[in-house]
Design a protein around this ligand. Structure first.
Ligand code: ATP
Ligand code: MG
Length: 358
């Protein structure tokens, strides 16, 4: 069986460190392992329009930003096809057919969409396209016969919805579609990295992000202003780890080598956590430690970004070639799906033969 991978991001802004730990780092590992047939990364512009219909300029601008983010973290266009969703119109067509297989009440139960409706203050004014985007996501995944989808845990309901659509489709029309499986980060802190404001999710739409493209100055002001423990007022006060964003980021990013190099009073994060809980460790000190770690992480990404910003024609061609290839694959799946649904009237003379035999 084919081993294809698909994943993607909405071009609603530049990518942030939540994207890195939640999904980009798994993509890099998969890319290095090379154990796949085809690997697709989709810039989900059509999906981004479902809640940004009045701001097409924002989506358009961010196509290149997101592509540059991919290339800057090390996604290799020789190994991965990066493509733009709206240019593959087969995806829209598949979405239309899949819509017949999903009920309104099933869509309404999707916890991620429910949460997103709340944070976007949609209430009664939810655009139909936004409400149904899990169906279009199923089209994206199945069009490429993807069996592996590297994502953060907010995407689990989408993958589950996709599996249901695949099962229903295959039961009614025959085995055409492939059931996908999510690939979640192993580190718990990376499943859903919180925002710098302590909000449960770092998200472009909430403006609480550390971007992969942040300068040292931007990074510094964000880290030094980060949410910690409101009860930890004086250095001597015992501090809390749970819900303390600085510690969650250390969980996601720090290594024992970082401690040896920059914080030798402690051998590892467990030791630092214990000391913090006892009291006597100041927030400023741990924030400076985190700043050092994040700056080391972002420095090489910034360097690569500079290269691609000066070679935009390369980025443009990577997107164009990736999109052409993606379209050729989606075309074949759409054809298979339509054949299975008996929507292939003009492929041969069978339609007339069937009619004559009646
Ligand atoms: P938007 O606010 O526009 O929805 P977003 O920041 O949620 O943007 P998406 O493009 O929706 O980003 O998500 C792309 C991928 O990144 C998904 O796989 C998602 O699970 C993952 N991801 C996004 N935010 C985080 C986060 N804070 N922690 C871990 N993974 C994340
Ligand atoms: Mg999102």
């Amino acid at each position: 069986m084919l081993k294809n991978i698909l994943t993607g991001d909405r071009p609603t802004g530049k990518l942030h460190i939540g994207h890195y730990v939640g999904s980009l780092s798994s993509r890099l590992k998969l890319q290095e392992k090379g154990d796949y047939d085809d690997f697709f990364i989709m810039i989900a512009d059509a999906q981004a329009l479902t809640d940004n219909a009045d701001n097409p300029k924002k989506i358009r601008e961010n196509i290149l930003n997101v592509a540059i983010d991919y290339l800057s973290v090390g996604i290799d266009p020789q190994k991965v096809h990066i493509f733009v969703q709206s240019e593959v119109s087969e995806l829209t067509e598949l979405t239309f057919y899949y819509s017949n297989l999903v009920t309104v009440s099933r869509l309404g139960r999707n916890p991620t969409v429910k949460q997103e409706i709340k944070t976007r203050n949609f209430e009664e004014s939810i655009p139909v396209g936004f409400f149904t985007y899990p169906i279009s996501q199923a089209a994206d995944i199945t069009a490429f016969k993807a069996s592996i989808v590297p994502v953060g845990d907010d995407q689990l309901p989408m993958i589950e919805q996709t599996r249901e659509i695949v099962r229903t489709f295959n039961r009614i029309y025959g085995e055409v579609l492939v059931e996908p499986k999510e690939l979640l980060p192993a580190n718990e802190a990376c499943l859903r990295l919180p925002g710098i404001d302590g909000n449960a999710k770092m998200s472009k739409s909430l403006g609480n992000c550390i971007y992969l493209s942040d300068s040292y100055e931007q990074l510094k002001s964000k880290v030094m202003g980060m949410y910690t423990d409101p009860l930890h007022i004086k250095v001597e006060d015992p501090g809390h780890i749970k819900g303390n964003t600085v510690f969650t980021y250390l969980d996601a990013f720090s290594t024992d080598e970082d401690f040896a190099k920059y914080y030798p009073e402690y051998r590892n994060l467990d030791e630092l956590k214990k000391a913090y809980q006892k009291g006597g460790v100041g927030d400023v000190k741990i924030k400076k430690f985190l700043l050092q770690i994040l700056d080391n992480f972002l420095s090489p990404i910034r360097e690569k970004r500079k290269y691609y910003e000066e070679h935009l024609d390369e980025v443009y061609n990577i997107l164009k070639e990736g999109t052409m290839y993606a379209e050729s694959i989606a075309k074949q799946t759409l054809k298979d799906a339509k054949n299975a649904m008996m929507l292939n009237y003009f492929d041969d003379e069978q339609l007339l033969k069937d009619f004559n035999q009646k």
